[in-house]
Design a protein around this ligand. Structure first.
Ligand SMILES: [Zn+2]
Length: 387
């Protein structure tokens, strides 16, 4: 009996030691991750910090209010990037510091200007992106204020006033298509979008708003929700096309299709644009993910809905104008299932202003004058549409 007890005790001790050794060594050997980059994106209601790594990172986070700070302990880290200190100086953060704690540990400290809600999640490698640890520091009150601001536009809209929402595609982690000279779609469409807003602001009967004002990512569903909160009369998503064929060039216009794309190329384009959520790192709150049966019903009824016909009418006006400014890739609008065009009650159109992957189109897209022409022609089409 005593011998048996001793043996089981020894067995217990040795299995305990083995598990201690496993716990101590597993993160270093099996889960070792090299941090390769660190960056941030500033949005009006949050700041996003992104860590790139070669493998998934284990982490533990804690926040404090005074001074406001978020700390993330990273475990099983093999190497850190050269750049370990970032001056942020945006609305919400002073700086970001990554500290080597030794023994495979590191600490990421985010020095905040104010207490913020933290939302941390990981993203697996996808579409050429590595493992990512994403930290969103959210100003919940600002988020709420902006939503109320949008809803106020809808509620206080005067008779005869039309609300137009311009949606510059991509942003932040998602650069969109890239030109041979590394011009990014997200930058060009933001510039065209801002020029278009400026022109629309000069028309007394039109109020125009952007879904994205800077270089940060907005999930596709959020863009649609914003347009609905504004009570938009027209929604225009701006993009620049990309192709493996460097000869492809010209402008094109797309509308939503729920019954399948007008052709295979249109379907592929919609698939590519819809990938923005994956590239940009969309984290939809549980409430956003819950299926709204009423909305689904409206979506089903959309084919009979007037907004679809109105989208086609605007698409034709846009093509008529774009033809004067640039070669058209296709003479007619085409249709596919773009997430961003799914607002059931708002005429919505997606414009691919040109091919950023074509050398000549890329050169034009970088010209402020060409951006202005695109904005002017779209502004004219919008006026004609409401007339
Ligand atoms: Zn795009």
């Amino acid at each position: 009996m005593r011998e048996g007890k001793l043996r089981s005790l020894l067995l217990n001790i040795s299995s305990f030691l083995i598990s201690v050794i496993l716990i101590l060594h597993l993160p270093l050997t099996v889960f070792g991750a090299a941090i390769t980059d660190i960056r941030f994106w500033s949005a009006p209601d949050h700041t996003r910090v992104v860590l790139d790594s070669t493998d998934p990172v284990q982490y533990e986070s804690s926040s404090q209010e005074n001074p406001p700070q978020c700390q993330i302990e990273l475990i099983g880290i093999t190497t850190l990037p050269k750049k370990r200190e970032l001056e942020v100086k945006d609305k919400y953060l002073h700086k970001i510091i990554l500290t080597d704690l030794g023994k495979g540990k590191a600490r990421l400290t985010l020095y905040q200007k104010t207490p913020l809600q933290t939302n941390i999640f990981t993203l697996k490698p996808d579409l050429g992106k590595p493992h990512r640890l994403v930290i969103d520091l959210i100003d919940v009150r600002q988020e709420q204020r902006e939503r109320e601001e949008r809803e106020k536009q809808k509620e206080t809209k005067q008779k005869g006033t039309k609300i137009v929402v311009i949606d510059p595609g991509h942003g932040g982690e998602d650069p969109g298509a890239m030109g041979p000279r590394k011009t990014k779609e997200k930058d060009i469409v933001l510039k065209v979008g801002k020029k278009l807003i400026h022109l629309l602001d000069q028309q007394r009967e039109i109020k125009a708003f952007l879904t994205r004002k800077g270089d940060y990512f907005v999930p596709l569903e959020t863009r649609v929700r914003m347009a609905r909160e504004y009570g938009a009369d027209l929604f225009i998503s701006l993009h620049a096309d990309g192709s493996f064929n460097p000869q492809a060039r010209g402008s094109s216009v797309y509308c939503l299709s729920l019954s399948g794309a007008s052709d295979q190329a249109a379907k592929l384009l919609a698939d590519k644009e819809n990938m923005s959520n994956i590239l940009g790192g969309a984290f939809l709150r549980p409430t956003a993910l819950s299926k709204d049966p009423q909305l689904n019903q409206i979506l089903l009824d959309l084919m009979q809905n007037n907004s679809m016909k109105e989208s086609f009418r605007f698409a034709e006006l846009a093509l008529e104008g774009l033809r004067e400014v640039h070669a058209l890739k296709f003479p007619n609008y085409r249709q596919a299932n773009f997430i961003v065009l799914r607002a059931p009650d708002i005429p919505s159109v997606l414009v691919e202003v040109a091919y950023i992957t074509n050398k000549e189109d890329e050169r034009l897209l970088n010209q402020s004058e060409f951006q202005g022409k695109l904005a002017q022609t779209l502004s004219n089409a919008i006026s004609k549409y409401f007339r």
